[in-house]
Design a binder for this molecule. Structure first.
Ligand code: GLY
Ligand code: MN
Ligand code: MN
Length: 440
């Protein structure tokens, strides 16, 4: 059951708007090809403030009016509902979403002018909602073209998202619960993949199995296109082709996480396709695992994502020295960015409704955000040895290892939400021996 108090969330946003009206649209259907659409995914900010899953709705927040939250939704339409599914309609929506007022979306142009009066600004997603921006701009222009009204009308537009994204940075108990449910389904799917993968199987089989296990465990979808990358494919960071045969002696890098009620998990594991790491695979794997553990040491209140990243960078640089790829000192490898050939991405990103959650990385003074209880992010060090790099030992060429977990900052430390997914060498090899049917 949904316990979230969306009204309170809207009040928090309202308290930050001062003289401005916020206009936050739902997502619409996106065309995939003629007459067919992509699976609908609600706009995260809209969902965060309403709990509403309907497309083509608009939330308007008006701090200076007596009625403060207004929702425009698609009207009831028997024929359309037979074709595309039931609609709540304005009357029921008012009650279900606890709005001060609800209207048909068809009345948006007619009603909005009244909601704008008395406010000096409009907060809107200026970067992604250009069509709506143009429409609202025109309404503002027509509202008081000769400057004769005795009440303010909006004369400035500001970007709304940063307000809400700051609010979304700290996750509440309901959000954490959903992320734990996403993590649970992800755990089952990664274990199933370890059990199922074998020499000669296809990446697509593992991909499909994971999608199935996500949904079997209550997740609504995957949070992003899964990466199921056998052998050298793991050296392509965003490999999503997922249709190659798995070869003996290779590892399989899987970056896949489920989404539960618009909350993401994001997990990577790299395991041997035949069930046993080779000597050199184990060596590289242990370097990445140690980098991850060193990064965990900075996952507590007061630290920053930059510090988490630097722990992995230093640790991986040491590992690259141990592998005899570099002779230089750790400081030189780090300062001259030499490690970037083998570790080209960051260690962390915020995680929440969006897999790369739209939360600020810098505070108002452009200093890195310091961790507080309720913040959630990934830790995902990796090492990638490109197949065409002739400066490294041949046994490393084409090898890729990434390990990724989801970390919640707690009052004095952190909780690893995905710690139950095997990642120690022995645990992983054991998980590879299991029968995958237990996960179906
Ligand atoms: N799965 C996307 C990422 O790890 O950032
Ligand atoms: Mn990630
Ligand atoms: Mn990932």
């Amino acid at each position: 059951m949904e316990n979230t108090n969306f009204k309170n969330r809207r009040y928090t946003t309202l308290s930050k708007l001062k003289d401005g009206v916020a206009i936050i649209p739902a997502a619409g259907y996106k065309t995939r090809s003629n007459d067919t659409e992509f699976t609908f995914r609600q706009n995260s900010n809209f969902k965060y403030l309403t709990g509403c899953n309907e497309p083509d709705a608009i939330l308007v927040l008006t701090p200076h009016l007596e009625k403060k939250d207004h929702l425009f939704v698609r009207p009831n339409d028997r024929l359309m509902e037979i074709w595309s599914g039931r609609r709540l309609g304005p009357e029921k929506s008012k009650e279900v979403f606890d709005m001060d007022e609800c209207y048909s979306i068809d009345d948006f142009q007619k009603v909005l002018p009244e909601l704008l009066k008395g406010h000096r600004e409009v907060f809107l997603d200026l970067f992604n909602e250009t069509e709506l921006l143009m429409k609202v701009r025109k309404i503002c222009m027509d509202l008081d073209p000769r400057g004769r009204l005795k009440t303010p009308t909006p004369k400035a537009f500001r970007h709304v998202s940063s307000l809400i994204e700051q609010q979304r940075l700290i996750k509440d108990q309901n959000e954490i619960l959903k992320m734990k449910k996403a993590a649970h389904a992800t755990n089952r799917a990664h274990r199933a993949a370890m059990a199922k993968a074998k020499v000669g199987a296809n990446e697509a089989e593992i991909f499909n199995l994971m999608e199935y296990v996500f949904r079997q465990n209550g997740a609504h979808s995957s949070a992003y296109e899964s990466i199921v990358a056998g052998g050298v494919n793991g050296t392509i960071l965003h490999y999503v082709q997922n249709n190659m045969q798995l070869a003996d002696g290779d590892m399989l890098l899987i970056d896949a996480g489920s989404e539960f009620d618009t909350y993401a998990s994001d997990v990577t594991r790299t395991f041997p396709i035949n069930g046993k790491y080779t000597g050199i695979q184990k060596e590289v794997y242990e370097i990445v695992l140690e980098a991850m553990k060193n990064s965990f040491s900075k996952c507590s209140p007061g630290h920053t994502l930059e510090e988490v990243h630097m722990e992995s960078v230093k640790s991986l640089s040491q590992g690259l020295r141990d592998l005899k790829i570099f002779k230089q000192s750790i400081d030189e490898i780090v300062e001259k960015n030499l490690y970037k050939e083998f570790y080209p991405h960051g260690t962390s990103h915020w995680l929440g409704m969006d897999v790369h959650d739209q939360n600020p990385y810098m505070d108002d003074d452009f200093r890195p955000i310091t961790f507080k209880e309720g913040m959630l992010f990934t830790v995902e060090p990796g090492l990638y040895f490109q197949p065409d790099n002739l400066d490294i030992p041949s046994e490393l060429r084409g090898m890729a290892v990434r390990i990724e977990d989801d970390i919640l900052i707690t009052e004095s430390s952190h909780e690893n939400l995905t710690a139950m997914i095997p990642k120690e060498v022995k645990e992983v090899e054991k998980a590879c021996e299991e029968n995958y049917e237990q996960f179906l």
